[in-house]
Design a protein around this ligand. Structure first.
Ligand SMILES: Cc1ncc(COP(=O)(O)O)c(C=O)c1O
Length: 425
């Protein structure tokens, strides 16, 4: 037997108690424990799992064919050709170079927080895994267990944080009337959140609305949050993918780090390096002192070890290879900008196509919104009509991915929107 399987240290016992606690605290687990089934089912040839109810399909996770960046192909070739590379496990916190470079990418090369060693960065399983590890750390070690997430938000957020052991509440974010930010509602809701509560913020290119605060609004949000000691947890899934510029898309985060306060950041390389299936991401915790940061890191390891032991090596090596070489880094930023620009031009083409058709309504939100998604404002019936009559598939809240559009498909989409709006209003 391996030594790690024989021990039952106080830490192990605390973790076991926590796992039991989470199992009973989580609504999902609770509903699972109420299911009854016959213990003899197996002996009659039926499956012992015959009581299992089919779960609904995930409405979003699709199988597209995202582009592999040239610079990624190049980095992979270099890794394959390097015979000194082995497949040894990474440390629990992941690849050291990757972590250092990821922190630099998100906080800026000249970040005082990095210079003062107040940041701990651990490699996790893409954005999702980074949010989950951060959530579990907070559930174990932070005095406030409530996290406020925007309404609406990415569908996985409430599940990730509930299963992390946090209690999820929402703050107003989107105003359907203007198809823009409900800034007043946001400020009111954060203003009445309990002191110390955690607040999830999309760093840029809010999913699903494509609506971001302006820099002035970010500054007001920052002041309000700091005055109430609300803890920012940034989700950065689209750095560089929104504006085409890595620094511009990190501005919101950097404002919060510049004031010397603490924050969490989950980073994903799925979109901006097209590394979706490689599951590459990082969680950074910015602390007040280097000493706190190193203690936080020691506890993050205790979250990761029983969850996935240590992260995968290949994707992180690709990212580190690109980020540490000036030429490859430059090549990446050019390819990234091309992806972002293509999305921006698709917005313009769709907007022009609707205007050309005289489609009723103000469609300027299509060009004002930011990032990969457009929240069209189409209602459920209109979405169902477009699927039925035009074979166009989108989430039922009317969100479309601009990355999935091309100049060839824009006219068909515009025809469908036009028909839906004129016939189903
Ligand atoms: C807002 C947001 N956060 C996080 C993620 C996480 O993605 P991944 O786990 O693939 O990095 C996504 C992916 O769509 C997202 O839209």
């Amino acid at each position: 037997m391996r030594p790690e399987m024989t021990s039952s240290s106080p830490t192990d016992r605390r973790l076991n108690a926590l796992v039991r606690h989470l199992a009973t605290a989580s609504p999902v687990m609770e509903s699972q424990t109420t299911v009854t089934f016959s213990p003899t089912a197996g002996s009659h040839g039926d499956s012992v799992f015959s009581h299992v109810v089919r779960a609904p399909e995930d409405p979003i996770l699709g199988e597209g064919k995202p582009l592999v960046l040239n610079v990624v192909r190049k980095a992979e070739q270099m890794l394959v050709n390097d015979r000194s590379r082995v497949k040894e496990y990474l440390p629990i916190v992941g690849l050291a170079d990757f972590n250092k470079l990821s922190a630099k990418l998100i906080f800026g090369a000249d970040s005082p927080a990095i210079r003062e060693n107040r940041v701990t960065t651990v490699q996790c399983l893409s954005g999702t895994g980074s949010l989950r590890v951060g959530g579990e750390f907070l559930a174990r070690h932070y005095h406030q267990r409530t996290i406020y997430i925007p309404q609406p938000t990415w569908g996985n957020h409430p599940k990730i944080f509930t299963l992390s052991g946090l209690s999820v509440k929402t703050y107003r974010y989107y105003d359907p009337a203007t198809r823009g930010l409900n800034f007043r509602g946001l400020m009111e809701d954060l203003g009445s959140a309990p002191s110390g509560a955690i607040v999830l913020l999309h760093a840029c290119a809010h999913n699903p609305t494509g609506v971001d605060p302006t820099l002035q609004q970010w500054e007001q949000i920052r002041q309000l949050m700091r005055s109430k000691a609300l803890l920012p947890f940034f989700d950065s899934a689209y750095q560089g993918f929104a504006s085409g510029n890595l620094d511009i898309d990190a501005q919101s985060i950097r404002m919060f780090v510049a004031d010397g306060g603490e924050c969490f950041v989950a980073q994903s390389y799925a979109k901006n390096m097209g590394l979706y299936g490689e599951r590459v991401g990082a969680l950074s915790v910015v602390c007040r002192t280097a000493d706190v940061a190193s203690r936080v890191e020691s506890q993050l390891k205790l979250v990761t070890r029983p969850m996935f032991s240590n992260p995968p090596i290949h994707g992180a090596s690709i990212v580190a290879t690109i980020l540490k070489d000036r030429n490859m880094y430059n090549e990446w930023t050019i390819e990234l900008k091309a992806m972002a620009d293509r999305i921006i031009s698709m917005r313009k083409e769709l907007f022009d196509a609707l205007r050309a058709r005289g489609t009723p309504g103000d469609w300027s939100h299509i060009i004002k919104q930011i990032g990969m998604f457009t929240f069209t404002g189409l209602n459920k019936e209109q979405v169902a009509f477009m699927t039925r009559e035009y074979h166009i598939y989108m989430t039922s809240d009317g969100r479309i991915s601009m990355a999935g559009l091309s100049s060839k498909t824009v006219p068909h989409l515009a025809d469908a929107i036009h028909a839906a709006v004129t016939r189903m209003s």
